[in-house]
Ligand binder design. Structure first.
Ligand code: ADP
Length: 161
């Protein structure tokens, strides 16, 4: 059976921290779907089409990574695609508490689904999309926090905020 993992998140934008989680998880799974979810509490900064395109560019040479956007529950997406695993990254103790609740509730909703956590690389621990967005919004250079494959010029201030 194909080992399929879903890596859900807002990815607003996709950072080197996210990229590293996918790269490190690839040897564990046959395929990973990076799923851009719609968080009711978060108004996205970058349009979903742009976020999809960036993630596709990052994994352009890796056919085992796919990108999708989904406006529903992650567990329903997993059921639809026959995924047996959810992949998440852990940076800090507060990530852990948040992730624990989601993973345990997902387990109650869909008992056959396992959530697999990878601890962040130490150098990626402070990197989060909210601060990257803040840097971009204030005209700063967030290049070192973004995947090498991306054109950094696209992250300059734009009109969608
Ligand atoms: P969400 O809005 O669901 O928290 P994010 O896009 O912020 O989505 O994050 C998606 C996943 O990536 C989460 O599991 C998060 O913990 C993980 N993640 C975010 N930033 C990093 C990082 N710098 N290193 C490792 N994992 C990360």
């Amino acid at each position: 059976m194909t080992k399929l993992a879903v890596f859900p998140g807002s990815f607003d934008p996709f950072t080197v921290g996210h990229e590293s989680i996918v790269q490190r998880a690839l040897p564990m799974f046959d395929k990973i779907i990076v799923m851009i979810g719609f968080n009711a509490n978060k108004q996205p900064f970058f349009p979903v089409e742009q976020r999809i395109r960036w993630i596709e560019q990052v994994f352009a040479t890796e056919p085992r990574v796919e990108v999708a956007a989904y406006d529903g529950l992650t567990v329903d997406f997993c059921r639809q695609y026959g995924a047996q695993y959810i992949l998440r990254g852990l940076r800090t103790a507060s990530d852990f508490e948040y992730e624990r609740a989601i993973a345990q509730m997902n387990k109650m909703l869909f008992p056959d689904l396992e959530t697999v956590f990878l601890l962040t690389m130490p150098e990626h621990t402070p990197i989060n999309s909210t601060i990257v967005r803040d840097i971009i919004m204030h005209g700063g250079d967030a290049g070192i926090f973004l995947p090498a494959a991306l054109n950094k010029a696209e992250f300059k201030l734009n009109s969608n905020q």
